[in-house]
Design a protein around this ligand. Structure first.
Ligand code: G4P
Length: 528
């Protein structure tokens, strides 16, 4: 219990959204409130240009920045907030998903015009796996969006989560007048303002107060009274336990670019969002308050510059205190390591740190000793669980263009896939090597790195698969028969687990129906 004060002031979370919903803008406003940046636009200018060339070197050019923005730590009202970045553009990769296993809660940004979009669904599936608490921010209320009741219904249905409005908007688009804070019972009036942090707040303890009509007009005041009565009747008070167990998501309405409605959310966030939570391991549950240090690697960031071959492993501290220059036990390798230059990411600067506490993310220089999911402890032998591999969505066969370099190619494929951005499968009964990724860009990166770092020249042939499912069954014989029968669609992952490569949803559903004794899993635990 030595570190309770430190643990209880930490909140580690991620903002997730479909590209363009406003994640970067909202991040920037959070950093402004936290005093971590002084001017609006500072994050924006670092962002990978959406319409930039598809050349991944352009993205690589930005990677120095993206390391710095991988974790953004700032203080707000006495709390230390660790905001983990989840890239959502061309460089969308499996590690975006995996970052979500390192946070204690998320803020989901929804564009009020577009509603629930593709990547929102995919990211939320991952969030639901661990019942991570979610706060929803409905953004772009200054634009003519969907009817707010319809939008809430759409989010609830599509994302399978109950919602609880915390603020309520008066209109949208050019008629947007502000939000009523149902919790604090005040009205925040909207003014288009992209720079300042102040808001025009009107305290209204009673909605029949004349002041309301004076400020927003008869019609809108009447509508707000009606809406609030309805909402109060339907939703009542927020059930904190339902939020913390991921069943109910509080909802805020606002406009990130106008810095409107953001403070209401941030103030609620620091009040209700969970502090670092206990984590399950192969041995027992680890409590953050335990005296001994433990943590796991959820992301590895490689430097593509051949002159600087170092990598950074991102470690989430789960218990105890991490200290610089102290030997820790690398459970998988059964070796002790110490780190002389561990990084934190306070105020978006990389800084060497002496200590870190549960909820913090530490960047460790790595020369190839880490794999995704690796655990560090003070000697105990366990692995953190719940760090999955996700089904890739694009599959390509690796064609070796230089048979003299076969060994190098194999080594390169193994090492690069250890970093966790792509997965490697071998086709059953053959030697065909298949790379599976979530985003197209990863193939370019892999091709380039195999050549630069291992001297192996490859080409990719696109394969007609859309998903990989890990197969298990209590009936071994049924699994073997299935594998023999469906040979062309069966492969093995790096750990020798059997996967079914499905051509389409139709095929997948048909096989699932025809084989009720076989279980098809869309994720695979790294440590079983
Ligand atoms: P992302 O990180 O989720 O991809 O979204 P980002 O914050 O980059 O926002 C996407 C676009 O939406 C940006 O415009 C941004 O200015 C705009 N935006 C963010 N919040 C709001 C809002 O509350 N209202 C309105 N109307 N727009 C908003 P852009 O034209 O793509 O970039 P820029 O030229 O403004 O930098």
């Amino acid at each position: 219990m030595k570190y309770n004060t430190e643990i209880n002031r930490r909140k580690t979370f991620a903002i997730i959204s479909h590209p363009d919903a406003g994640k970067t803008t909202l991040t920037e406003k959070f950093l402004l409130f936290g005093g971590a940046i002084q001017t609006a636009g500072a994050v924006k200018s670092n962002k990978i240009k959406k319409h930039a060339t598809s050349d991944f070197m352009e993205i690589e050019r930005q990677r120095g920045i993206s390391v710095a923005t991988s974790v953004m730590s700032f203080e707000y009202k006495g709390k230390l907030i660790n905001l983990l970045d989840t890239p959502g553009h061309k460089d969308f990769a499996e590690d975006t998903y995996r970052t979500l296993t390192a946070v204690d809660s998320v803020v989901l940004v929804i564009d009020s015009v577009n509603g629930v979009e593709d990547q929102t669904r995919r990211l939320m599936e991952v969030v639901r796996m661990r019942n991570t608490p979610v706060i929803v921010f409905v953004n772009k209320m200054d634009r003519d969006g969907k009817n707010r009741f319809d939008l809430l219904e759409e989010i609830e249905k599509e994302l399978n989560i109950a919602l609880h409005p915390m603020t309520w908007p008066i209109n949208s688009g050019k008629d947007f007048k502000g939000v009523y804070n149902l919790h604090d019972k005040n009205l925040v009036l909207f003014t288009a303002n992209t720079r300042g942090l102040d808001e025009d707040v009107l305290q209204i303890d009673d909605l029949s107060d004349k002041m309301l009509t004076t400020r927003v007009g008869e019609t809108d005041a009447a509508q707000l009274r009606e809406d609030v009565e309805l909402i109060d009747g339907v939703y009542g008070r927020l059930d904190a336990a339902a939020y913390l167990s991921g069943k109910t998501a509080p909802v805020f309405f606002g406009s990130a670019v106008n810095n409107f409605g953001v403070k209401e959310m941030l103030d609620t966030f620091i009040r209700i969002a969970p502090v670092p939570m206990p984590r399950q391991t192969s041995l027992r549950e680890i409590n953050p308050e335990e005296d001994k240090f433990s943590g796991f690697v959820f992301k590895i960031h490689a430097n593509l510059d051949p002159k600087h071959r170092d990598r950074i492993a991102f470690l989430r501290v789960c218990s105890g205190r991490f200290e610089r220059n102290t030997y820790y036990h690398h459970v998988r390798m059964e070796r002790n390591f110490r780190f002389s230059n561990p990084y934190t990411f306070l105020a978006r600067q990389k800084d060497v740190i002496d200590e870190a506490y549960p909820g913090d993310v530490v960047g460790l220089f790595d020369t190839g000793n880490f794999k995704i999911g690796d655990t560090l402890t003070e000697g105990e032998n366990f692995f953190f669980t719940g760090i999955p591999s996700f089904s890739p969505e694009i599959f390509k066969e690796v064609v070796n263009k230089d048979p003299m370099k076969t060994k190098q190619l194999e080594k390169g494929l193994l090492q690069l896939t250890d970093e966790g951005v792509a997965q490697l499968f071998t086709q059953f009964g053959g030697n065909k090597k298949i790379i599976g990724c979530v985003g197209e860009l990863q193939f370019e990166v892999i091709q380039y790195r195999l050549l630069q770092e291992y001297g192996a020249s490859v080409q990719f042939n696109t394969l007609p698969f859309y998903k990989a499912c890990w197969l298990t069954s209590k009936d071994k014989k049924k699994l073997e028969d299935f594998a023999r029968f469906k040979m062309a669609n069966i492969g093995e992952d790096k750990d020798g687990h059997m996967v079914y490569l499905a051509q389409s949803e139709w095929f997948l559903n048909t096989e699932r129906q025809n084989n009720p004794d076989i279980e098809f899993h869309f994720t695979s635990e790294i440590h079983k």
